[in-house]
Structure formats: C-alpha cells, structure tokens
Write a protein that binds this ligand. Structure first.
Ligand code: CTP
Length: 405
C-alpha cells in the first residue's frame, strides 16, 4: 500500500444517511494510506453509526457535540478546523449542503466547516429527488463557487426499495482518490517534506527550588514561526521554555525550563532542514543552585549570586556537526541594531539573523518590526503582526532552501 496520504490530517465529518456505514470503510482506507483521521460524528450521523465504531476505526477521539465542555476545552472548533489539511464530509446530506451554503454554524461540524481555511471535499448522498431539487442545485452551485469540491454522487440503487438514480455516495476508494487529487493539487505547501526545529520563549534558570532567573519573552514570535512553518507543510518540533500562550496547531511541542534542557531537546530533534532560534535564552545560570530554599535572614542580605555562562544554543547548533542546512537566529537589540546583528551572523554560524528592535513593547506585544540580515545584505520589513512576520519568514525560508539545492 502506497502511503500517498502520509502525514496528512483529515477531518472527516460523518453526516446522517444510510451511506454513513461506508464512512467506516473510508476511515480504514484513508488510514491505510498514512492519513490521520479525526472524525466528527453529527447528531444525524450518530443515528446510523455508533461513536464506538467510528472511534475504534479511527483510533482517536470522536467529536460529536459543539457544546461538549470537554471537547471545547480540549481542542475547540477553531483549532480542530486549523489542524486539518483537508475536511471531508461523507456522507454530505442535502441539509448539510444547505447549512454550508448559508454559512450556518449550529453544530460542531458546521462551526468547523465555517472556520476552515483548508480544502473541503463533499461526498453527497441523498435521494435522487433531493439531489435534483432546485434548492439543492442552488446550494451545490454556491458551494462550488466558494471553492468546495465534490466527489459523486453516483447513479445507483437507493436504499429505498425500487428507487434508483443519481444520489448514491461514491465508493470509499473513489473518495480516497479525490482526497489525494485535491491535496496534491493544493500545492501552497512550500515546506512539505521538510523538518524544522524552533526554539521559543524564555528559559528559567533556578537559583533555588522557588526562585529563578528569567526574562520577559512571551514566546509569541517563536510560536508563530513554528505554526507558520507547519502551515507551510514542514514537520515542526517546537522546543519551548515556560510560556503562558497556547501550543501552536500542528506542531510537536517539547517543554523545557532551562537552557541546558533546551539545548538537549534541540539536539534530540535533529536532523532537521531548518533551525530557527527565537528563544530568549538566559545567558547565565546560577553556578550552584541551592537544593533548599534560601532562607531570609532579617538584616542580612545573602552573599553575591555566582553565575556561570549558559551554552549558546544557536551557536552550538550553527557550528555543530548536525547543523540544519538553514540556520536562523533572532537578535533582540535595544541599540546599534544592525551592527550587533551583523556580528552575530558570523559568531553564531547563522544564515540569517532576524533583528528586531526591542526598545518598544515588542517583548510581549503582538506586533514586530524586523530587519533581515544575511551574507547578501540587509532588508527592512514594515511593522507587522507577529503571525504575519512568521508567515513571510516561512515563505522566505522555503525560497532560501530551494536556492541552496
Ligand atoms: N541564543 C541561543 N542561546 C543562548 C543565547 C542566545 O540560542 N544562550 C540565540 C537566540 O535564540 C537568538 C540569538 O541567539 O536567536 C541571539 O540572542 P541574543 O541574546 O540577542 O544574543 P547574544 O549572543 O546573547 O548577544 P547580546 O546579549 O550581546 O545581545
């Protein structure tokens, strides 16, 4: 069996209708080809197949209720939509098509479909009279205009005795072929097949069990870079220091506290094609962290805190044996921005330094003004949301990797 869908994340909405039983086989066929299938069983779908059967075949959690507190806390419909490479609705009922055409989001499937940015494919199944009804024709035309794809329906016998016509859901293998075609035509994933490692957030360096040295990094820029690389198709490991923002979608997250742990986690994530070092690593750690809490003595300040240097993670990897082909550092500067960044490029063995002026409220803020520095020269970008900086960087990295080959 060829793994034509290897690494692809398919969100499968199982709608109502007797054809729902074919969705079970469909899950098996998609998984055989390497896809990860996350099912959403609609209320109508659950009248035809059980959550147990769908869950057993997909080997994952089955989502079925927009207002399930567990499901919402766990993932949330926006995230569910964003994590998918493709959303497949099989069977797609006349009712679902009408809801989608109208942009209704009354159940989890509707909300996910409305929030989706990935391709959507419908495998309709309904009585031929319903398929041919002018309302369904109108809805199908609207959905097509919105860029939604269709596979089927086919001519054939209906469940209703003696009826035949256009309305049978396509066979699972035909649906799989349509999924493959849609995903390969999609393109837009300039980093697919690439591996990336990204560091993000601050590090915490213990002084004693309750105190630590840290900095104000929020992790926003690093997390956004990791998410953008994943959106561009890369397989991403994000090594994150302690942050209070959510994990980015579609990324493998390794949580660490100290610089030493961060370096070890980055090394464990190699080999990679791209290394992006966004973390604000503490430059020093306590030379000898106390194993017990240092007690306060009234009128007596503790002696000076002896510090020792942390490894420079970027420089270690940038000059190291398992160096990713493309190594990118960030430089947070408050003065002599470009001069400092230029020196860093060489010292750290990086192909690019993304320099940002942190004299404003960049640390913790949502926008960023960056300057790119490579051996070829400098480039100034306008102030942009951190997510947009990340998306543009992901595209740039894809071009740079392509040029290196
Ligand atoms: N970096 C790292 N490990 C460290 C320190 C920094 O990986 N121990 C990385 C950061 O992730 C960033 C780049 O190095 O990509 C620049 O870090 P910065 O702290 O700005 O540079 P420094 O080398 O510490 O220089 P200075 O303190 O003089 O600015």
């Amino acid at each position: 069996m060829e793994s034509t869908l290897s690494g692809k994340r398919i969100l499968l909405v199982v709608g109502g209708g007797i054809a729902a039983y074919k969705a079970l086989d469909l899950i098996r066929r998609l998984r055989e080809r390497g896809a990860a299938v996350t099912p959403i069983l609609t209320a109508a779908g659950a009248q035809f197949v059980t959550p147990l059967a769908v869950g057993a075949l997909s080997a994952t959690h089955v989502y079925d209720d927009l207002f399930s507190r567990d499901d919402e806390q766990d993932v949330g419909h926006i995230r569910l939509a964003r994590e998918a490479d493709l959303i497949l609705v099989a069977p797609a009922t006349a009712d679902r098509m009408a809801q989608m055409a109208a942009g209704l989001a009354g159940d989890l499937a509707g909300a996910v479909l409305l929030a989706a940015r990935c391709p959507i494919l419908l495998a309709p199944a309904m009585n031929p009279a319903m398929w041919m009804h002018p309302a369904t024709r109108r809805n199908a035309a609207l959905l097509e205009r919105d860029g939604i794809g269709f596979v089927g329906p086919e001519h054939g016998e209906m469940a209703e005795a003696g009826e035949s016509g256009l309305g049978r859901m396509s066979e699972p293998l035909a649906i799989v072929a349509a999924v493959e075609a849609r995903l390969s035509a999609q393109g837009g994933k300039p980093l697919s097949g690439r591996r990336a490692v990204v560091t993000s957030g601050p590090t915490h360096e213990p002084i004693d069990p309750v105190r630590y040295i840290a900095n104000r990094s929020s992790g926003r820029q690093g997390h956004a870079v990791a998410e953008a690389l994943a959106e561009a198709g890369a397989q991403v490991t994000l090594v994150s220091g302690p942050v209070s923002i959510p994990d980015p979608a579609g990324v493998h997250v390794v949580r660490v506290e100290t610089a030493l742990q961060m370096l070890a986690a980055v090394e464990a994530a190699l080999p990679a094609d791209i290394g992006v070092f966004v973390a604000a690593v503490a430059d020093w750690r306590a030379a000898e962290p106390a194993s017990d809490k240092i007690k306060k003595r009234v009128g007596e300040a503790p002696g000076p805190l002896a510090l020792t240097e942390n490894p420079d993670i970027l420089a270690t990897i940038g000059h190291g044996p398992g160096r990713p082909r493309l190594v990118v550092g960030f430089a947070a500067e408050t003065s002599s921005l470009m001069g400092n960044a230029r020196a860093k490029l060489e010292r750290k063995g990086a192909d690019m330094i993304v320099a940002n002026d942190v004299s404003g409220d960049v640390m913790g803020g949502t926008r960023n003004r960056v300057h790119l520095l490579t051996a070829a020269g400098a480039e100034d970008w306008p102030e942009l949301p951190k997510a947009e900086v990340a998306r543009r960087l992901a595209r740039r990295f894809a071009t740079m990797l392509g040029d290196m080959e």
